[in-house]
Design a protein around this ligand. Structure first.
Ligand code: B1H
Length: 833
């Protein structure tokens, strides 16, 4: 519209509006037309001949159009209102599939299902064509996705920011029982759920030197970078449920920069110059698959800064559209950092305010501290992220200066408060001294945030006693917890339609989908025989679906009358999948030694384990192999038959979870107390009416408060007993049953004795850090209690209904309300049309 006067622009706008329908139509005929148009014009296939995948593509583009509509409206409205916004910064988002979630949140699932039927397709079949967006590792990343869903549903003015990895989390292949990693090149077939914004791009700088320059008589630091890379935005609309709001998740991709390396073209080595350009793209190439371990890799640090720098440029540009005075920044912007991974945002904001906006130090620092809030997901002091000073100084020389300055001022202040307590000063310093100097990213995050949140009640307790003891004593009012939650839209409405309609029928409303506390209304019907019958039927249907999946994957036929006992999550020693497997071996051993009449009393079990091991995590990989070795033995044993099966579900991810969770009777959350910061899988199972067999760790402590320990199977050493137990070490005699099952593995009963040796060694009495031996007896007792409860199906179903009824607190809607009120200070901003 450049060069046009006001009258011309107005006339043009009117003409354009005249050509546009106000909103896309959602009746069956319009949807059919729309899908076929996309077949022809977007997918470029004939409307008389296209396969399921092409139908999926056309369908997704039709849905995308409707997402974009709402996303535009939300965007324009929020821009006009200009409220305080929260920016959720995370290096990981585990979104899974988008299609079913989108149509449900848009409220047009039935219309689409109908339109597709008319065209001879089935919605569910097409939905299965979609691959997962797996831009994250585990719980932390799925939490980000659930929080985005709640932010959108509750109409909060929010943005998500992250990285658009070309390779998501590796795919897990099992070969002869061993895990193999395969690349997840997920963008291969295009991604209809993102919108490429070639014109939204920023330069991100690396390396180089810092020089001092005179600016209006003042000395300023100028960073002369050595490398520049372009960050290009890819926008992913996040629709809310029961609202027209759709938020934006903006993911950055790295592209070579044209602006700064023109000289290389003049050296004559054209081919090499092009090759060098390609290197830029490696920054956003691949997600690091190491859940909870930090390696001080340059590429990882580059990823972190790349994402942070692009996001902050975007955020500050948006602020400057309407504001000149940076003192207003904390009234308009809340920056949430998801663990320490995006913590360089703090330093980058300081750098922008100091070097680019020329604020003085104190003002810049005050503004920064008012903006940032930090959520930690860590329980182990040793698990905290550290970055070698040399690495940081090399990659981001100006940022290292700023970190030193922040630390210097912090140390000076601290000395005034705590005096010359050098041990404490050095523990709290942002810089760790030693053979290799490190930046303690958590300390930086705490010092520069107004609020530090843990992810469950016990997690906060651990922060106070252990992880951030010194800081909690210094600033007790800074530390809080917001118990994690999961979205009932994805974890019930999308993944368990049977249960969803059952709940709505008995509550007489669908309002629980937005107001999850209403689930409590199920309590009064927990013993109602009609509800019980329908509840069991819904579970049966889901178990059937899961049983078919298991049979296709592994060839193992499982009985629907058996209890489906599930543990699915990343493989970690502290999560104790090994305890589960040893329990299975014990059960097997018991059955083998039973009389025929006793066998008649055994409650049949299908034990299901799934999860990925980090590629370099040797012990975790051995646990996977052990599971397969034991399964081989048990599943082919004629004495055992249907009484016991063990199944490993490969490549556990969000879409597999959507199938597995609704189909399970019992689920295990059995980490050694004090090791799981929260755990969110348990919440998904709870909502789906699965009973929990769990230790009192992380969020299970709060689940006990909500559903009552009598409706769960709780076992194991308590948090406050653990230190003394570890102290005792070797003198803790593991029970004979434990020694026996470990012996079986050691002696090669399941083969591969050399390979399993180091795994068995971790269970030796003096080395059993995670207390599997100590907890074994109470674990078996809890399992026996579960068996007894399962025999009484009325009782079991009642417990199952009460589990769902008590799940309300664990909705991410509640989590988001708490963050909005207590941490971010934001209000909903709902589009009135
Ligand atoms: C959790 C991580 C994590 N804690 C580093 N820490 C990562 C750390 O790629 N990395 O470098 C990735 C992930 N993830 C989990 O967060 C906790 O263990 C769970 O207990 C918790 O439920 C979840 C969400 O708060």
């Amino acid at each position: 519209g450049l060069g046009m006067d006001f009258g011309q622009r107005k006339a043009k706008a009117e003409k354009m509006f005249g050509l546009m329908d106000v909103f896309l139509k959602n009746d069956s005929v319009s949807l059919q037309k729309d899908i076929l148009d996309h077949v022809e014009y977007t997918v470029a296939r004939s409307r008389f001949s296209f396969d399921d995948f092409e139908a999926y593509q056309a369908l997704s583009h039709s849905i995308r159009d409707r997402l974009i509509e709402r996303w535009h409206d939300t965007h324009l409205y929020v821009k006009k209102q200009d409220p305080k916004r929260v920016y959720f910064l995370s290096l990981e988002f585990l979104m899974g599939r988008s299609m079913t979630n989108s149509v449900i949140n848009l409220g047009i699932r039935d219309q689409y299902a109908d339109a597709l039927n008319q065209l001879g397709f089935e919605f569910e079949v097409l939905a299965e064509q979609e691959g997962d967006a797996a831009l994250g590792n585990g719980g932390l990343a799925r939490l980000s996705a659930c929080l985005m869903d709640s932010l959108a549903t509750l109409d909060y003015p929010a943005w998500g920011y992250g990285l658009r990895y070309q390779y998501g989390l590796f795919r897990q292949i099992i070969l002869d029982g061993f895990q193999l990693e395969q690349p997840d090149y997920w963008l291969n077939f295009g991604n209809p759920w993102e919108i490429e914004r070639v014109h939204v791009s920023y330069s991100v700088k690396f390396y180089g030197t810092v020089e001092e320059e005179d600016l209006d008589g003042e000395r300023t630091k100028v960073w002369i970078p050595g490398e520049t890379v372009e960050a290009v935005a890819y926008d992913n609309p996040i629709p809310g449920y029961g609202t027209r709001s759709a938020l934006n998740l903006r993911l950055w991709a790295a592209k070579p920069s044209d602006k700064y390396d023109m000289e290389s073209y003049n050296t004559g080595d054209y081919i090499n110059a092009i090759m060098n350009r390609q290197k830029a793209e490696t920054i956003s190439n691949v997600l690091y698959p190491d859940d909870r371990s930090y390696q001080g890799k340059e590429l990882r640090l580059k990823q972190q800064y790349f994402f942070v720098s692009a996001s902050l440029q975007d955020i500050i540009r948006r602020f400057k559209d309407n504001h000149q005075n940076f003192d207003e920044l904390p009234d308009k912007v809340a920056l949430q950092i998801n663990d320490t991974h995006p913590a360089l945002a703090i330093v980058e904001l300081m750098r922008m305010l100091l070097d680019e906006e020329h604020l003085d130090w104190n003002r810049a620092f005050e503004i920064t501290c008012k903006i940032f809030s930090f959520t930690t997901h860590t329980v182990e002091p040793g698990g905290l992220e550290k970055v070698p000073v040399d690495l940081l100084g090399h990659l981001l020389p100006r940022h290292l200066q700023i970190i030193y300055e922040i630390n210097y001022k912090f140390m000076e202040e601290l000395k005034k408060i705590i005096g010359q307590d050098y041990d404490r000063l050095s523990r709290m310093s942002i810089i760790e001294e030693g053979a290799v100097k490190n930046v303690r990213v958590a300390n930086l995050s705490i010092v520069c945030s107004h609020t530090v949140n843990g992810v469950s009640k016990v997690h906060l307790q651990l922060l106070k006693e252990r992880v951030f003891k010194d800081f909690c004593e210094l600033w007790p009012q800074k530390f809080h917890y917001k118990t994690n939650g999961v979205t009932q839209r994805r974890w019930v409405v999308v993944s368990n339609p049977n249960l969803c309609s059952l709940i709505s029928k008995w509550l007489g409303t669908e309002s629980w989908i937005r107001n999850v506390d209403l689930l409590g209304g199920l309590r009064q019907y927990a013993t109602d025989p009609d509800l019980q019958r329908e509840w069991k039927m819904a579970k049966k249907v889901n178990k059937l679906r899961l049983a078919e999946y298991i049979e296709t994957l592994s060839g193992v036929k499982v009985s629907l009358d058996a209890m489906f006992d599930v543990q699915v999550k990343r493989i970690h020693e502290y999560k104790r999948q090994l305890l589960n497997i040893l329990g299975v071996i014990h059960r097997f051993d018991c059955i083998k030694n039973m009389s025929a009449s006793d066998k008649g009393k055994v409650v049949p079990r299908v034990c299901i384990i799934g999860g990925k091991a980090a590629p370099g995590y040797d012990i975790a990989k051995k646990i996977i192999k052990l599971c397969h070795a034991v399964a081989d033995k048990i599943n082919n044993d004629a004495d055992v038959g249907d009484l016991l099966k063990l199944v490993f579900i490969p490549d556990y991810n969000v879409s597999v979870a959507e199938l597995v969770i609704p189909g399970s009777d019992l689920s295990q959350h059995i980490s050694t107390a004090g090791h799981e910061a929260s755990g969110t899988g348990s919440m998904k199972f709870l909502m789906n009416g699965c009973l929990l067999l769990a230790t009192a760790d992380g969020s299970t402590v709060e689940i006990m408060e909500e559903v009552g320990a009598e409706n769960m199977f709780i076992f194991g050493a308590k948090l406050d007993e653990i230190p003394a137990l570890r102290e005792k070490g070797a003198s803790l005699k593991a029970p004979l049953q434990f020694a026996r099952v470990v012996r079986m593995v050691r002696d090669g009963y399941f083969g591969f004795e050399d390979y399993f040796k180091s795994l068995c060694d971790t269970l030796e009495e003096e080395k059993d850090f995670y207390l599997l031996g100590y907890d074994f007896t109470s674990y078996l007792e809890a399992q026996a209690a579960a068996d007894r409860a399962f025999v009484d199906q009325e009782k079991w179903t009642q417990m199952s209904i009460l589990s769902t009824a008590g799940a309300g607190k664990f909705s991410s809607d509640r989590t988001i309300e708490e963050y909005a009120k207590h941490t971010w200070g934001i209000e909903p901003c709902k589009c009135p049309f």
